[in-house]
Design a protein around this ligand. Sequence first.
Ligand code: NAD
Length: 418
Amino acid sequence: MTDEVNPFESLQEQIDDAAAFLDAESGVLERLKHPERVLETNLTVEMDDGSIEVFKAYRSQFNGDRGPYKGGIRYHPAVDRAEVKALSGWMVYKCAAVGIPYGGGKGGIRINPREYSAAELERVTRSFAKELRPIIGADRDIPAPDVNTGQREMNWIKDTYETLENTTEPGVITGKAIESGGSAGRVEATGRSVMLVAREAFDHLGKDIEDATVAVQGYGNAGSVAAKLTEDLGANIVAVSDSSGAIYNPDGLDAREAKDFKIDTGTVSGFEGATEELTNEDLLTMDVDLLIPAALENAIDGDLAADVSADVIVEAANGPLTPDADDVLVERDVAVFPDILANAGGVTVSYFEWVQNRQRFSWTEQRVNDELERVITEAFDELVKAFENNDVPNYRTAMYVVAIRRVLQSAEEAGIWP
Ligand code: NAD
């Protein structure tokens, strides 16, 4: 993993790579490489012992041409302006890639949530919600969970917003608990789209997912669900990891048991179903049929890519490969299926949640999963068409060509205000 690559510059490079295959004016393309606005704020919060702490927090609204800004809120000590801007841009192209009517946004607080009590995290979250209130709304900007946030934080944000606005507006945020207006299937949606893209990718490449060996870096929400559902297709999950290290069993780990172990102990290390403990670097360079990076951005840079031995990579995390890594992997004939499609299940079911909130009508989990499968497989077909019809170097550029074209079209139809 490298911290040297600025994720915002990676996003801009990815857009430039696709722009070469699009017939658009340079000024119009330039606009698609920068956020429309970024809120930067300092949350001043009282701790349990009466002391005061200040937390840097951001919300980037990247592009709203196709609909309200949409994207998660991350709690992590490495959150900074460049990361939030990059993540908000990736959301624009993700929503466009799967054809849902949203723009892109993203937020984050620079905090290590493990160091704070639940009461302190609630005050931090409500303080951020108060800052966000003027710029969010069901038709304006709709946050969601991301790394280290989940239903609990979404419920707090919804409650703060509704209390201050003196209304009920569950569609102001997605990823809520079911009883607070959440959707069936939302928790598993990101991992489910990763599984669907892996299934479609293996089919498209003429490979068999059954008995395929799989390594998963990052065993949180996205990674553990992707592992479990890919295992259900008959694949063999041989290695998984989290920030404390990796575990391996050449005969396969039980994905559900490994998750239960992590829930009980806080880590996958020490899981009795493993035969060996490895480093994350060992996992990323392991000779497997499928590698699923599901932790954070910049997990694989150009140097590490030279040692990657997987045949196929399906990106569950946002931005896990640097542009240099992409170049090396093209040379080495590793097929990479990009984040903006593979992890789009999360935002797609967020969209279904928002639709249900607006209709005040709940769908069954089966309906959610069926609609998700339709959206992802249709987007996969568009990806393959774009890959075959343009002389693009990889699937990422093909997906960006589809997504940018859609954003450009709506911008063109709206016209430019003086
Ligand atoms: P999470 O907090 O549930 O899990 C993250 C996991 O990664 C944890 O197990 C953590 O220990 C592990 N990790 C952190 N640093 C690591 C490292 N250096 N090596 C190995 N493991 C490491 O977060 P999540 O929601 O699963 O998100 C993971 C990725 O998926 C992020 O890039 C996120 O933006 C992306 N994503 C998540 C969703 C969603 O709905 N949850 C949607 C789209 C994209």
